[in-house]
Write a protein that binds this ligand. Structure first.
Ligand code: HEC
Ligand code: HEC
Length: 193
């Protein structure tokens, strides 16, 4: 009898813990949708698409936005109060979200120039035209053009910290050359045909 009561108490405790810890992704991402779209395909200018991005990368960046490690122009971008479980669940949600990123107006000359630079300098970590990843780099194909250009500038100015030898890849490239690589990534379809 006694064991039975203990077991019931335990299972009640377990159920309520699990319940409290299950993140409600729908409500958590409601404010994000205003800029990143309900499924991570962004509709706002200079705003990255999050759909189909690597979960580990998203988790790292969302945590960085919450704890201030990543500089951002958006006030209260990710609430500081988000638990690690919330961050992981939201990262998974966007990573698994499929959707069509809008085609963008790109300059074909810059795309060609950017492809050449990419093949020499960037493809080691952003292979297959940015559809794949090595060394924990994010996926880039079909990403928002203006966002990509801003981020290359942020790395050069030091607003965003270079990670794992990307500074070597950037060394000696002008802002125009880096923008050309952004045109190349932006011109790519996110999914392999
Ligand atoms: C007011 C518009 C706005 C809202 C709301 C917003 N974001 Fe963002 N987000 C941006 C912009 C703009 C950037 C890029 C520049 C920056 O951070 O300032 C960005 C960048 C990001 C990035 C980095 C993506 C990458 O490729 O590195 C992540 C991850 C992200 N946001 C997640 C979220 C989450 C999660 C929420 C909701 C809690 C959210 N954002 C709410 C506008 C917004
Ligand atoms: C040695 C590996 C490596 C090389 C080479 C490399 N990158 Fe990266 N790149 C990364 C990593 C890792 C990140 C993620 C940085 C972070 O965690 O903040 C990244 C992130 C980026 C981002 C930000 C994407 C986003 O969604 O916010 C841009 C833009 C970028 N790289 C451009 C380039 C360009 C252009 C080149 C070539 C000139 C290049 N990278 C070469 C590893 C690399």
């Amino acid at each position: 009898m006694r064991t039975h009561i203990v077991a019931v108490a335990f299972s009640a405790l377990f159920t309520s813990t699990v319940f409290a810890a299950t993140p409600d992704v729908q409500s958590l991402t409601t404010p994000c949708a205003e800029c990143h779209g309900p499924a991570g395909v962004s509709g706002a200018p200079k705003t990255p698409h999050l759909n189909g991005q690597l979960a580990d990368y998203l988790e790292q960046e969302i945590a960085g936005l919450a704890n201030g490690d990543r500089a951002t122009g958006v006030a209260n971008h990710v609430p500081k109060t988000w638990s690690a479980a919330n961050i992981a669940a939201v990262a998974q949600f966007y990573a698994q979200s499929t959707g069509q990123r809008p085609a963008q107006a790109v300059d074909s000359q810059k795309v060609a120039q950017g492809q050449g630079i990419h093949n020499k300098r960037c493809s080691e970590c952003h292979p297959d035209a940015g559809r794949q990843s090595d060394h924990d780099a994010p996926l880039m194909a079909g990403q928002d053009l203006d966002y990509l250009i801003e981020q290359t500038k942020a790395f050069v100015s030091g607003k965003r910290k270079f990670v794992f030898l990307m500074d070597d890849a950037f060394r000696g490239l002008t802002a125009d050359e880096l923008a050309a690589v952004a045109h190349f990534f932006a011109s790519q379809d996110q999914y392999k045909k």
